[in-house]
Each structure stands twice: as C-alpha cells, then as structure tokens.
Write a protein that binds this ligand. Structure first.
Ligand SMILES: Cc1cc2nc3c(=O)[nH]c(=O)nc-3n(C[C@H](O)[C@H](O)[C@H](O)COP(=O)(O)OP(=O)(O)OC[C@H]3O[C@@H](n4cnc5c(N)ncnc54)[C@H](O)[C@@H]3O)c2cc1C
Length: 463
C-alpha cells in the first residue's frame, strides 16, 4: 500500500469532500495547510448563502482564531442589540439584551450562516478545487489484492466494525451525477443532515434520525418593520414566529417554527415545504382568526413564498455509533447533526473539521488511526450538545396561552431584578457547557512554529 513507512509517499494524498457549506470548506482549509490535495463537490450550482444566524461559541471561537478568520467573523457579526416578545399588534411587551437571548459570553459571536460560508469559501477557493452542481453517486474501495467491493453492497456488515478491510484498500473510485469517475485516497461526507455520502456508506437516513418534534423555516424578506439589529418574537401555542434584521443587512429575515410529528416530504422540493409551512400557520394573525396571533404572520408567509433563499428542515438529530467506514468519514451535520435547537451545529462543524484534519495530518494521512482518534475526541462533545438540543427543542415552543403569558411576565420583570446577572449566567450555563465540551489538541502545521504537540502526533507526510 502506498504511503507506508516502508514506501515513502511522494504525491499528496487526495481527499474528496462532499458539501460546501461550513464543515466542508473548513476541513478543506486545514487539509490544504497540511499538504493534502483537496476537491470539494457541492450539489448546489453555486455557494448557498441563505439560512438563519448561527452562533460561534467556546471551542469554535478558538478554532476560528487558529484559522485566522475570527476577525472576519467579528466584522460580519450580526451585532444584534435586543430581543423582544411582541403581542398580536406587534407591540413590544418584554425586551432583553440580545446576548442574554443568545446565551453568548466573552468572545462568543453570531453571524449569518451564509456569511460564514462565504468567508470559508473565499479563504479556500484559490487552493482547493471546487466543483459546483454535482453530486457523488457511488464510492467503491479500490482493493489491489482482492476483487473490488462496493461499499454500498456491504452496508450494515456487523463483523467489520471500523471498516478495516476497506481501510486497507488503495483508495476509492467515485462516480458522479455529471462529472467523470475519479479516484481519491479519502472521501469526507460534509453534506449535511440529508447526507448522500452517509446513505451510500451506511444505508438509509431513517435509521439515524431522531425527530425532535418541530420544523423550522428561515427566509429573507423586505424590512417593512424597520428593524435594526433587533429580533422580535411572537409565540402562539405550538409555534414560534420571529423577524429580525442584523447589522449591515438592508433586508430582514423571517423564521417560522412549528411543532409537528415527523412529516413525509421531499427535502429538495421547496414547493412542498412551503405548503407545509402555509398549512401550519394558516389563519394565524388574520382578522378573522379566532386563534389571534401576530398580524405580521400573513406578510411573513408571503415573504417565504417570494424568497430565493427559503430554508426548511426538521429539528432532528443524527445519531450514529460510528462516523467512518474504511476510507470514508462523516463530518458536521452529516455525522452528528444537533439541530438548530442546540445552537451548536455550526460550531461543531468548525471544531470537527479542525480535529479531523489534525488527526489525518498526525497519522500521515492513514485513515484508520486518524478516524478513530477523531471520533474519540468528538463523541463526548456531540453527545452533550445532542442533550442540549433535546431540552431546547422542547422549550422553543410552548403548548398553552397560560405558559406564554408566564414567559412574558418573567421576561418583563427580569431586567428590574437585582439578581438579573445571575439569571443571565444561569441561562447561559447549559449552552456554555456544550460549547466547551471538548479540549482542543495542538496539531503541528508545516512551516509554522507549533505549540508542544501530543506524543502521538507527527507532522503530515512524515511517512
Ligand atoms: C442553505 C442552508 C441554510 C441553513 N439554514 C440554517 C438555519 O437557518 N439555522 C440553522 O441552525 N442551521 C441552518 N443550516 C444548517 C447549518 O448550516 C448546519 O447545521 C451547520 O452549519 C453544520 O454545517 P454542515 O456544513 O455540516 O452542513 P450544512 O450546512 O447542512 O451543509 C451541507 C452542504 O452539503 C450540500 N449537499 C447536500 N447534499 C449534497 C450532495 N449530495 N452532494 C454535494 N453537496 C451536497 C448542501 O447543499 C450544503 O451546502 C442551513 C444549511 C444550509 C445548507
């Protein structure tokens, strides 16, 4: 096999990453620095810039700093100032500082998902091959000593827990919907909650999904409410409605959340998803509605229909006992989606990319050891944040008008209480525990003076 101690490798290892959102480009950044040759394939015809605002907290802040993008993130910060609950007429009935709403402390920040995707893409586009408008259709290990076996055909084999047979393969052959087949040393699935790489390698998505009982949609809309660095929330039983506008964005964003058991729909069919949102919010906020609701809701629904960046998905966890098989590994939401309820999905994607690339470099590109160490470090962090997501998904919406009134009352009195800082600290505590639930190792980057590396680590391509 090429690249072992007995036969030093002279050409860089080639890595194919599926997905150009957060996890994929972040991994590409690190792998390039370690000397790998990286290709990223993205199904969308161009970088997708939609989505809600996302938090960068704890270990993710540290990773962003090590990547040299922390300042870019700070420059693009949403810089939200306040969050308020509004009544049916849109009058603010309880207002709090945005950082309390977002449970952010210290250097934690908030950025639009699309802005972060843009920062990562701009950082990597000159050094990494990006292929837009394509998708992987098959991944087959190339086994020089045995007949070639398709990974898809061995899915679920219990006797090959870490896929060591496939790891011994001399790379993988990948086919695409549009492009010609190509060979790579490794394939990474950073293609999100509905990962194609996961399906091809581990089988159907259903076996790994835990539905948290709610759906969420996000979209751009005209800023007719005249919002400026402010977010407005409105609750009706089983639903949450939000509108906000962040720094530097002339438009506003709408967000609609509703409780529901698992729904059957095509996750690539926007018209079907819009119909589900429409049905869930039907009549809310209209003059004739007995249920009442914020008068803005019909306008939000109209904006959702017109938006070019409409996003819709279930609040779902991806729970897997392992994230790799042979020369294929999952990263970010594809491996351990924690749902928007956790507020940590983007941070985990950044941290996971750092750890995976570092372990690959330390193992000289050999997948078996690198993937095992990556999982070892990331598992506890993912589990803590999954627990957070289960808790927050329950609390995001409330079931009765009485509970809503109680929540408003609490928010109204909080700013006037002498112990308000203690309460804010308590609210942030859980989130902070999740954000810091990993200790980052130092990995030596070629050409840069490294902090002392762990004993097991060795420079990339030392082999
Ligand atoms: C457009 C968009 C909007 C989002 N909006 C929100 C939001 O409002 N709130 C929130 O909490 N989270 C949102 N997310 C999810 C959030 O970005 C992730 O939870 C988190 O950042 C982890 O990122 P990720 O890179 O692992 O996965 P994702 O951000 O989900 O990225 C996966 C990427 O893979 C691509 N992809 C999917 N299938 C294939 C395929 N077969 N071949 C190639 N590429 C493929 C997708 O187009 C996407 O670019 C959104 C994601 C996207 C793509």
């Amino acid at each position: 096999m090429s690249g072992t101690a007995s036969s030093p490798r002279t050409t860089p290892r080639t890595v194919l990453i599926s997905g150009a959102s957060i996890a994929g480009p972040a991994l590409a950044y690190w792998l390039h620095r370690y000397g790998f040759a990286v290709t990223v394939v993205e199904r969308a015809p161009e970088l997708r810039t939609g989505g809600y605002k996302v938090d960068i907290r704890g270990a993710a802040v540290e990773v962003a700093e090590r990547m040299g993008i922390l300042k870019d993130i700070q420059r693009a910060s949403t810089d939200m100032q306040t969050g308020a609950y509004v009544n049916d007429e849109g009058r603010r009935i309880a207002t709090l500082p945005a950082d309390i709403f977002g449970a952010r402390v210290g250097r934690d920040d908030e950025i639009m998902r699309g802005e972060l995707a843009r920062i990562l893409y701009d950082r990597t586009r000159a050094d990494v091959e990006y292929v837009f408008g394509d998708s992987i259709t098959s991944i087959t290990p190339i086994a020089p000593l045995a007949p070639t076996t398709s990974i898809t055909s061995i899915t679920g084999r219990a006797d090959d827990h870490h896929g060591s047979t496939e790891a011994a393969a001399d790379g993988v052959e990948v086919t695409f919907e549009r492009g010609a087949p190509r060979r790579f040393d490794l394939v990474v699935g950073a293609d999100g909650l509905h990962s194609t790489v996961r399906r091809l390698t581990f089988g159907p998505e259903e076996q790994f999904v835990r539905h948290l009982g709610a759906y969420i949609s996000a979209f751009s809309m005209p800023n007719e409410l005249g919002l400026h660095r402010e977010e407005l929330y409105h609750a009706v039983p089983g639903k949450l409605i939000c509108a906000y506008s962040s720094a530097g964005d002339p438009a506003a964003k709408g967000l609609l959340v509703f409780r529901s058991p698992r729904l059957t729909y095509d996750h690539r069919d926007t018209a079907q998803q819009l119909a589900l949102v429409e049905k869930a919010f039907d009549g809310i906020g209209t003059e004739s509605s007995a249920a009442g609701g914020w008068r803005e809701v019909p306008r939000l629904l109209e904006a959702a229909h017109k938006a070019s960046d409409f996003y819709f998905d279930g609040m779902q966890l991806i729970e897997m006992d392992r994230w790799s098989r042979g020369r294929v590994v999952l990263l970010g939401d594809a491996a351990h989606c924690a749902s928007p309820a956790s507020g940590q999905g983007t941070g985990m994607a950044l941290v996971g990319a750092y750890v995976l690339a570092g372990e690959l470099a330390a193992a000289g590109g050999e997948p078996e050891q690198a993937f095992a160490r990556y999982e070892e470090q990331m598992r506890g962090y993912a589990e803590v944040n999954h627990a957070l997501a289960r808790k927050f998904a329950q609390e995001m919406t409330v079931d009765t008008r009485r509970q809503i009134r109680f929540r408003h009352l609490m928010m109204r009195i909080l700013p006037h209480m002498p112990w308000k800082n203690l309460v804010a600290k308590k609210i942030a505590e859980d989130v902070q525990r999740g954000a810091h639930a990993i200790t980052l190792k130092d990995y030596p980057v070629p050409g840069r003076a490294a902090r002392p590396a762990p004993a097991a680590a060795r420079p990339a391509y030392a082999a």
